[in-house]
Ligand binder design. Structure first.
Ligand code: FES
Ligand code: FES
Length: 160
């Protein structure tokens, strides 16, 4: 076992982990943060995306020991004292989900996209950036419009 210390959703955490433990397993099974989903386990679906030091990363192909000393944000940590994050609210208001299985990863990817590419996002750019996130329900149109709306709302709220 190896001891790791990290910040998860703003709180310090220290754990003993088997070196083979995947970050997504650690989050779901040890910390009980089950909002991060597992859809494929092979880095294709994007259901497991979290932020590591602010960057979107697939937690199914990251070892827990790799995030020792880093800051991890999951979907549970995105909302603030003022309520839902603007991107979460945009998905809610623009019907950006059906079953919701892909949604945590979509939202974490979308927030990272806005941070990297700004608030004025074309539909084509959003679609290109979503190549690592699969949705089996929506047909993507409502996800794309949710992300565009969320990006604009983030600019207004100054919440990144
Ligand atoms: Fe990580 Fe599918 S579970 S990409
Ligand atoms: Fe069901 Fe995307 S809303 S998989």
């Amino acid at each position: 076992m190896i001891q790791i210390s990290l910040i998860v959703n703003g709180s310090p955490v220290t754990s003993e982990v088997d070196p083979r433990t995947l970050l997504v397993q650690y989050l779901r099974e040890t910390l009980e943060l089950t909002g991060t989903h597992v859809g494929c386990d092979t880095s294709q679906c994007g259901c497991c995306v979290v932020h590591i030091d602010g960057k979107a990363t697939k937690a199914c192909t990251t070892l827990a020991v790799m995030v020792d000393g880093q800051e991890v944000t999951t979907i549970e940590g995105l909302a603030g004292k003022g309520g839902l994050h603007p991107m979460q609210r945009a998905f809610h208001e623009n019907h950006g989900l059906q079953c919701g299985f892909c949604t945590p990863g979509m939202i974490m990817t979308a927030v990272d996209l806005v941070r990297r590419r700004g608030h004025d996002l074309s539909d084509n750019l959003i679609r290109e950036e979503l190549e690592g996130n699969l949705c089996r329900c929506t047909g993507y149109n409502s996800i794309v419009s949710s992300i565009a709306a969320g990006a604009a709302a983030m600019a207004e709220s100054e919440r990144i």
